[in-house]
Design a protein. Sequence first.
Length: 339
Amino acid sequence: MAHKPAVIISAFADEAANHRTALEQMTALAAIGIRNYSPRFIDVLGDGKIEHVTELCHEKIDKLKQMHAEYGVSVTSIGARVGKVKLLNVDDGSHNKFVPFDEYMQGEVARTIECAKALDTKLIRGFSFYHPRGTKPDLHLDLAADQIRTITEACAQEGLVYGLEIEPNLVGETGPLLAELAKRVNHPSMVLIFDGGNVAAQNKNAVQVYEEYRATIPWLGWMHIKDYRIDPNLIWTGAVDEDRLKNFVPCTDGDSGHEMIFRDLREELPAIQQRLQKLGIEGFYLETEPHLKGGGQFGGFSGPDGMGVAVRALCAALTYAGIDYSLRTFADIRALRGF
């Protein structure tokens, strides 16, 4: 009997921690049974100072790595903010900031690359820049692709892979736009990250979400798992008001159609994983980012209970679709105890 294709379940653990402490995050991961996570916002010492992982000093990075070893946790990717700045220095009424690109490369991008190397991951999550509000994103594909290519090349020089996430209000806000960016960047060290919830939040139904997922397949590197229930009272204006996003739900309950996506993914996984292996990536990650108690521009929150609900929903959906996964076992516990 043929083996079922398998995925690796990961999480944004800061969503599971009431106070964002590293101890809470590691404990939640261990209790749920997850071995992998992408660090984002974290209070390493438990002293109330929450920092983005790319801003941690060397001593805190070392402390975090000690906790990874203690709790049997590995880093999937850096949950970076790269690409979440304005593409052009235009006052468009938004609160997004503009940073000259050379300065951005030497600052945010360089710090993120160093963080990935320090935490022993090959993957960096990033974005495709905010185009001026009120303009069409396809008018800005060339400049966005040029800047993304430069970021990707800097990552590749250090043996890293840059993942470009689909998200509303950015140049790569749809599957076809993200695919067009991938074509123009044309670099083996750049992959795409699909997120059905980020598409459904644009008032798109399951069929539309599926079509956008399909557009990313040739470059798909991993997926974020959250879902969104469309607001029937929303009058769509072409942009998402991120302050009003309150309808996030587990992946079995929303309008993204994860059942349809996962059944297709089951057939695509062997080819995707073969492509990822050439980049030195151990498998295909499904990263839970559920936002069940709120979400916005730079993160979200689910609590330990919400993360548990989200992971159990994901496991049920994968089982139904015929995709294998593994959570922690007694053998893992014995290994951590040195047996």
